[in-house]
Ligand binder design. Structure first.
Ligand code: SF4
Length: 339
């Protein structure tokens, strides 16, 4: 019976993006996932934007930089990447010999989608004297067309590593690019891409929240629009925001990034108050619909059956690896990550 269900789910995988198999509701998925980790020598890497249950079964939780480093270092045979497609691709680029599983192949990213390979190749060809720095939130094809990759944790250091006077293309996030252009004073040509989650925070609603909670500090991710960044008391990558809330003496924060991070913030500082910054639509908080496609059930199913798996052409993988290695090298030298 199970084999028939598996065969059927496998046949539909391209359409569904995950193994659509009914599970016994009595199954203790937390226990089952721990068993599978041991049996298959598997590790679960989860992004801060994953749902709390997934964060709680993860072996490592982090932002893009931390996850890339954890993927580069792991000795596990199987990497379960609870995040979105470009992140699992990055893990595969760094670990060609390992099986990399993504619980739902349809967990994409609007920012990565905003930089398709062919138009970007033409853009690059039109500016042949520019060094290309790409934010890690891009496809393997864009990585292969880049000179150095960066994350929001290390972007300033990466830009500073390029000799002054050398023109730079920054892709794909125009908001992060504009923020970095201001911070570093470097002349950068920006690709016109954006993240659907960070672009729709409502300045008006944040201002109203600030009036209702005058003691709360606004903390924001640099993917947010400039108007939101202007009212922020602190701007940083997801990890930097988390660390800020741990060290800062304040007791309340309005958090302008994906709401998944609030789970760790609340765990680390149980007595503090965290208020998600509202978007311009009718929702009270701002979830990434792509990140939230992964569920605990899908994590279990992909571990049990080894599907869906990230596969990649070797020539693309090798080309995409070079700019990631440069990023890890510069980050190590700058003391941003351990050896
Ligand atoms: S939050 Fe934005 S950048 Fe991150 S995965 Fe979702 S769409 Fe992509």
């Amino acid at each position: 019976m199970e084999n028939f269900a598996l065969a059927e789910a496998r046949g539909k995988l391209e359409k569904t993006g995950y193994l659509d198999i009914d599970l016994d509701p009595q199954k203790d998925l937390f226990q089952e996932i721990e068993r599978l980790k041991r049996e298959k020598n598997a590790i679960i890497l989860a992004h801060y934007y994953q749902e709390p249950d997934i964060q709680d079964v993860a072996d490592y939780i982090g932002d893009s930089l931390g996850l890339a480093q954890a993927a580069a270092k792991t000795e596990a045979d199987v990497i379960v990447f609870a995040g979105v497609h470009f992140m699992a691709e990055t893990a595969k680029i760094l670990n060609p010999g390992k099986k990399v599983l993504l619980p739902d192949l349809k967990a994409g990213c609007s920012l990565a989608d905003s930089a398709p390979a062919e138009p970007f190749r033409k853009f690059k060809q039109a500016h042949p004297d520019h060094v290309v720095i790409s934010y890690i939130n891009c496809t393997a094809e864009i990585k292969a067309l880049s000179d150095i990759i960066c994350t929001s944790s290390n972007a300033e250091k990466i830009i500073e590593s390029v000799p002054a006077g050398q023109p730079i293309i920054f892709a794909p996030d125009k908001n992060l690019g504009a923020y970095l252009r201001k911070k570093t004073g470097r002349d950068m040509l920006l690709w016109d891409g954006a993240c659907m989650v960070h672009e729709i925070f409502s300045l008006e609603k944040i201002t109203r929240l600030k009036i209702r909670h005058p003691e709360a500090k606004v903390i924001a991710h640099p993917e947010c629009e400039e108007a939101v960044l202007r009212v922020a008391d602190y701007i940083g990558s997801t990890t930097q925001l988390l660390k800020f809330t741990q060290k800062d003496p304040g007791q309340a924060y309005i958090v302008a990034t994906e709401t998944g991070i609030l789970h760790q913030m609340q765990k680390e500082s149980p007595l503090k108050t965290f208020i998600p910054a509202p978007p311009t639509n009718n929702c009270a908080c701002n979830d990434c619909p792509h990140m939230k496609l992964n569920t605990l059930e899908k994590v279990y199913l992909c571990m049990e059956y080894g599907l869906p798996e990230i596969l990649m052409e070797e020539s693309l993988r090798v080309a995409a690896r070079k700019p990631i290695d440069r990023m890890l090298d510069i980050s190590r030298k700058a003391g941003l990550i351990g050896g």
